[in-house]
Design a binder for this molecule. Structure first.
Ligand code: UDP
Length: 315
C-alpha cells in the first residue's frame, strides 16, 4: 500500500484530501499542529487503520516529522485567511518558508512525489485578467498580506531550486478562493462570514463598496484537481491554477447568500482592507489540458451545501 503524507491534513482542504486519499486506497499520515486545523475535521478517519494522525508542526526538524517511507507528499499546511495574516503572521511566514523547505527536503530524501500548494495570492492585485500561470503578479512585499503572499512566493522559488538542483518530482498548484463544509465558522473569509451572518440575521459586512471580484471553487472540485495534479503523468515541474472561473462581485455574492438563506439581514459597508485585490479569476486552460479537470459544482449548489453544514453546527 502506498503512503501519503498530508501536511495541514486536519485543515479545511487537507481533511477533504485525506478523505479522498483513504477512499482511493492509500495509507495517509495526516500532519497538523492544530493551529487552524481541527481534530473534528478528521474524527471520522481516526478509526481507519490506514489513517494516522501526527500532531506536529511542519517547521519542526524533519527527523521528527518522518519515520516511515513516504511515496506522496502534499504540502497544504498554512493558515490562509486574511484574518490569520493579522493574528498569526509569523506562523504564516514560517509554515510556507521553513515548512516549505522542510517538505522539499523530505521529498528529496524519501524520493517522494511532492505537491506544493501555492495560491492565487502570488498574483497579488492582478493587472492581467483572468490570471494565467505565466503571469508574474503585482504583489506588495511590505504590507498586511505580504506574510502570506511573499512566503508562498518563497515556497515557489524553493520548489524551483529543488526541482532543478536535485531533480525532485514536484508540481505546484495555485489554489484560488475555495469554500465548503469544514471551513472554520470564524475563519474571517467572505463566504463563511456572509453565510453565518445571514443565518444569525446579523448584518452582512461588505468591505469597501463590494465591486471587487472573486471566483469561488467548491472544495470537492478543488480536491479532485489536487488529486489529479499529483497522480496524472506529465505534471512534474508544472505550475497549475486550480479554481472555478465563475466570477462574482462581492456585493452580488451577498445578495445571493441572502436569497439562499432566506435571510432578512441588512448589508453594511465597512473599510476595504489595504492591498485587497480588486479582481481575481483563474484561467484554467492548463488544468483542463493537463489534467482533464474542471469544476463541476456551481456556486449555487456549493453555497447550499455550505449553508447546510453551518446549520448543522448549531443543532
Ligand atoms: N470580504 C467582505 N466581507 C467579509 C469578508 C471579506 O467584503 O466579511 C471581502 C474581502 O475584502 C475581499 C473578498 O471579500 O475583497 C474576499 O475576501 P476573503 O477574505 O474571503 O479572501 P481573499 O480572496 O481576500 O483572500
Amino acid at each position: 500500500m502506498e503512503t501519503c503524507l498530508v501536511t495541514g491534513g486536519a485543515g479545511f482542504i487537507g481533511s477533504h484530501l485525506c478523505d479522498k486519499l483513504t477512499e482511493n486506497g492509500y495509507k495517509v499520515i495526516c500532519l497538523d499542529n492544530l493551529l487552524t486545523g481541527s481534530k473534528k475535521n478528521i474524527e471520522h478517519l481516526l478509526k481507519n487503520p490506514n489513517f494516522e494522525f501526527l500532531e506536529a508542526d511542519v517547521c519542526d526538524p524533519i527527523n521528527q516529522l518522518t519515520s516511515q517511507p513516504i511515496d506522496f507528499l502534499f504540502h497544504l499546511a498554512s493558515p490562509a485567511s486574511p484574518a490569520d495574516f493579522e493574528k498569526i503572521p509569523e506562523e504564516v511566514l514560517l509554515a510556507n518558508s521553513l515548512g516549505g523547505l522542510n517538505v522539499l527536503k523530505i521529498a528529496e530524501k524519501a524520493k517522494a512525489k511532492l505537491l506544493m500548494a501555492s495560491t492565487s495570492e502570488v498574483y497579488g492585485d492582478p493587472k492581467e485578467h483572468p490570471q494565467k500561470e505565466t503571469y508574474w503578479g503585482n504583489v506588495n512585499s511590505f504590507g498586511p498580506r505580504s506574510c502570506y503572499d511573499e512566503s508562498k512566493r518563497f515556497a515557489e522559488a524553493a520548489t524551483y531550486v529543488y526541482l532543478h538542483k536535485y531533480g525532485i518530482d514536484v508540481r505546484l498548484v495555485r489554489i484560488f478562493n475555495t469554500y465548503g463544509p469544514r471551513m472554520r465558522k470564524d475563519d474571517g473569509r467572505v463566504i463563511s462570514n456572509f453565510i453565518n451572518q445571514a443565518l444569525e440575521q446579523k448584518p452582512l459586512t461588505i468591505y469597501g463598496k463590494g465591486g471587487q471580484t472573486r471566483s469561488f471553487c467548491f472544495v470537492s472540485d478543488l480536491v479532485e484537481g489536487i488529486f489529479k495534479a499529483m497522480f496524472t503523468d506529465g505534471t512534474k515541474g508544472e505550475i497549475i491554477n486550480l479554481g472555478n472561473p465563475e466570477e462574482y462581485k462581492i456585493i452580488d455574492l451577498a445578495d445571493k447568500v441572502k436569497k439562499l438563506t432566506n435571510s432578512n439581514s441588512e448589508i453594511v459597508f465597512g473599510n476595504l482592507p489595504p492591498d485587497d485585490p480588486t479582481q481575481r479569476q483563474p484561467d484554467i486552460t492548463k488544468a483542463k489540458r493537463l489534467l482533464s479537470w474542471e469544476p463541476k459544482v456551481t456556486v449555487n449548489e456549493g453555497l447550499l451545501k455550505t449553508i447546510e453544514y453551518y446549520k448543522s453546527l448549531s443543532v
